[in-house]
Design a protein around this ligand. Sequence first.
Ligand code: F6P
Length: 360
Amino acid sequence: MSAIAVLTSGGDAPGMNAAIRAVTKVAASRGVSVWGVEMGYDGLIDGNFRPLTRLNAKNKNLTPVGDVEAMGSLGGTVLGSSRSPRFHTREGRAQAVAQLNSYSVEGLIVIGGNGSLAGAHVLAQESSIPVVGIPASIDNDIGLSREALGVDTALNTIIDACDRITDTARSHHRAFIVEVMGRQSGYLAMAAAVATAADGVLLPEHRRNREEVVKAVIECIVESFGQARDKTRVLILKAEGVDITTHELLDEVEKVVPPDIEVRSTVLGHLVRGGNASFRDRLLAGRFGLVAVEAVLSGVTDRMVGWNHTEAGDPTSDSWIRLFPIADVLEETTALLDGTSSVTMDRVRRMEAIQGVLSL
Ligand code: F6P
C-alpha cells in the first residue's frame, strides 16, 4: 500500500487532531503517504485532499508536513468537518470512491461519531478500499468503545466551569442548573456530577417526563437548602437531551421554590467541545491511530478501533484496543441510546445507587 487518506466528520472533538497526527506519523514511518481530506465526507466527494506527508529531500524518506507536529495539541479539527447530506446518496458515495481512486488511495481512516461511522460502513461495503473508524465524540455515545476521543477533555472543561460556578454560587447561597451537551446520552452530565459533587443530575436515560424533572429539581433544591442539609450551594447537572429546555425548567422551578431561594442556570453548550486535548485524549488518539493504521495496512475493512478490554472483537497490537465490525458498533450504539444496552443499564444503576449520596 502506498497511500492512505484520513478524514474527520460530524461534531468535532478534542483529540481528533492528535489522531490525525498519529495516523500520519505511523503511516509515514511505514513508507505510506497520507492525504488529509478537508471538510469530512463533503471533501471526499469534492476531492479536497491535501498532503500530510512529503518526501524528505535529504534522506528520501516520507515525513509529515510541517504543521502535523504542531496540530496534536489543538482542539477542533484542522482538516475541518461536516455533516454531509450528499454522502447519504449513492451518487455522492460513488463520486467519493472515484476521488479516492484518482488519488491512488488504498485505505481510509474515518475519525468521528456514529453518523460518521455509519458512512464508513456503507463506503466499506460499496468499495474495495479498506475503511477503518476511530471513535470520536464528546458525548461518549459510541457502541463498543468505553471511551471516545474528546470525552476526557470535555469533562475537564465541565468540571472547571462547575468549580467556577460553585465559587459564585457559594458566595450568594444560590442554586444552579448547569446544562452540558449530550443530545441523546447523559454520560457527560453523569460523570461530571460525580466529579463535581453535584447535588443532582438529570439524564435522558432516566426517561422522566417534564413534570417529573421539574418536581425532582424543586425537591433537590428545597431539601438541600432546608435545615437538615443547610448547604451553601446547590449544583444540578442537566444533560441537553432531557425532555425540557433549561430555560423552561428554570421558569417552572422559580414559580414554586420559596422566594428567598435564588436559582440560576447556565448552558455550557459548545464551550465544552473546544479546547486543547487533555493528556488522556492525546494518549487515546495516539494508540487508536497506531492500531487503525496497522489495520488498514493489513487490509482490514469495515471495522472500528474500540477502547474495550474484553474478549469481544478482534485483538490488536494494543491489549486495550479491539477491532469491531462497524455494523456491531452501530447496533450497540442503538442499544446504548435506547437504554437496552447493559452498559447503559449499568450506568443508570450506578447513578441510582448514589442518588441519596449526591444530595448530601
Ligand atoms: O457532537 C455531539 C454534539 O456535541 C451533541 O451533544 C450536540 O447536541 C451536538 O453535537 C451539537 O451539534 P452542532 O454543533 O451541529 O450544533
